[in-house]
Design a protein around this ligand. Structure first.
Ligand code: G3P
Length: 223
C-alpha cells in the first residue's frame, strides 16, 4: 500500500518524507490556500513554483489540481502543470468537462488523478478516460451519513472485474481507521493528512512499555 501525504505544507511534507514512509503527495486548491501567506499576491506562477518545490522534496507522484472548469482550459493548465516535473500528476474533477480533459491529457502521456469522486459510476468513467488514479473522498461521504469505505470496496471490485489499471487512491481520510479499512480492502494508495500520519504511530501500550523500559534501563550503567 502506498502512502501519500495530503497537504501543500512544505514542512509537513519534509517531516513525513524524513520518516521514510512517503510515496507521494496530493494537493488541492483548498490545501494550497491554507499555506498562502499573502493571498492578494499569490499568482499562478507562484502556485507552479510551489509544486516544483514539493517535487524537489519527494521522489514520487505529486498531484496538482487544475483550477478551471472547461475542458479546453483544463488541458492548457494540465500541460503546464505536467511540464513542471516528470512526477507531476494532473488532478481533474470528475465532470463532463473534466472527463474530456482527462481523455485528452492521458492520451498525450500525462498522468491524471480523477478527483471529487463519490460514486462507482464516476470511478468507471475515470478508468475509461485513462486516469492513473481515482480519488474517492471517503470522509466527505461519511459526513453525509453515507459509508465512504463502501465506495472504495465497490471501486476495487469493479476495477478487478475489468482489470482496469487505474489505481484506487483513498482521499479525504480523517482518522487511522480509514487507513486500516482502505488497507483491508486492498486500495492501492491512501493519501493522509500529516495529523493522521502522526496518529498511525501512536499506541498507549507503546508509551507505557517504553517508559518502563527506560526506567529499568537505569540499571545499565553507561560506558
Ligand atoms: O485531496 C482531497 C481530499 O483528501 C480532501 O479531504 O478532508 O477536505 O475532505 P477533505
Amino acid at each position: 500500500m502506498k502512502f501519500f501525504i495530503d497537504t501543500a505544507d512544505l514542512d509537513e511534507i519534509r517531516a513525513a518524507n524524513d520518516l521514510g514512509i512517503l510515496d507521494g503527495v496530493t494537493t488541492n486548491p483548498s490545501l494550497v490556500a491554507k499555506i498562502v501567506q499573502e493571498p492578494d499576491n499569490f499568482s499562478y506562477e507562484d502556485f507552479k513554483n510551489h509544486i516544483a518545490k514539493i517535487c524537489q522534496i519527494v521522489n514520487g507522484p505529486v498531484s496538482a489540481e487544475v483550477t478551471t472548469l472547461t475542458a479546453e482550459e483544463m488541458v492548457v493548465q494540465g500541460e503546464e502543470l505536467a511540464a513542471i516535473d516528470e512526477n507531476v500528476v494532473v488532478k481533474c474533477p470528475l465532470t463532463l468537462e473534466g472527463l474530456k480533459a482527462m481523455h485528452h491529457l492521458s492520451g498525450n502521456g500525462i498522468r491524471i488523478n480523477a478527483t471529487l469522486v463519490f460514486s462507482p459510476t464516476q470511478a468507471i468513467l475515470a478508468a475509461k478516460a485513462g486516469a492513473s488514479y481515482v480519488s474517492p473522498f471517503v470522509g466527505r461521504l461519511d459526513d453525509i451519513s453515507t459509508e465512504g469505505m463502501a465506495l472504495v470496496d465497490q471501486i476495487v471490485g469493479i476495477y478487478e472485474n475489468y482489470r482496469f489499471t487505474t489505481e484506487v487512491l483513498v482521499a479525504s481520510i480523517r482518522h487511522p481507521q480509514h487507513v486500516v479499512e482502505a488497507a483491508m480492502i486492498g486500495a492501492d494508495v491512501a493519501t493522509i493528512p500529516f495529523k493522521v500520519i502522526s496518529q498511525l504511530v501512536k499506541h498507549p501500550l507503546t508509551d507505557t512499555g517504553l517508559k518502563r523500559f527506560m526506567d529499568d534501563a537505569a540499571v545499565i550503567k553507561n560506558g
